[in-house]
Design a protein around this ligand. Sequence first.
Ligand code: GRF
Length: 232
Amino acid sequence: MRKENKEYIEKTLFNSLSGQSLISPYDSEKVLFEPKIRLGILASGNGSNFEHIIKSIQNKQLNAEISILIVNNPNCLAIKKAIENDIPYVIINHRDCNSRLDHDKLVMKKLEELTVELVVMAGWMRIVGEEIINRFKNRLINIHPSLLPSFKGIDAIQQAIENRVTITGCTVHYVQKEVDSGSIIIQAAVPIKEQDSKETLKKRIQDMEHIILPLAIAKVAKKIRTSFKDNK
Ligand code: GRF
């Protein structure tokens, strides 16, 4: 095959793969709601999803403000991103707490203090307890790097590779007691290529995470606004 032709096919394929067809459900229209939703972001790691939430707000894709970033790990790189973007943050180190419940209570207190409306676990490497789940029912979401219900729990990307599946992806879902099990809000599929390493696959999954997490936030925020209206 001629090089130009190959490039064309790859580009076309890439465009269709990275387009609407592999994100589901997908609205081509921006999800509109007023007023801004107040977000609390929980993170433990690099914070690339956190950073993309910030970008979506800046480019007006998402009508939100981040009331607080909560991290459980003082070395979490998300902190740097909060500082660079003038976003308030707090470190609530689980190692300083006597129990999971104590840690959860501190997290919940902070979220309530700031009247956070929607809590986003963006790479939060902790299981949250029932108190938080019940307090933020339908307002607590998580992103997971697999097409749930496949490959729950830790190292989902490695699990997908070891199971030799040819398509994996990422999922944003509501949080419930059983880990990685709440109702699905949005998913993106990512094909696994023969030549993929864990790193190359992770990069493509994360590229999709960065697209679907802000979309999921907007969808849930719209529901929150609508149900408030219905309750009036
Ligand atoms: C993401 O892959 C997410 O699916 C998982 O943790 C990772 C966090 O990445 N829960 P980052 O910290 O947002 O870069």
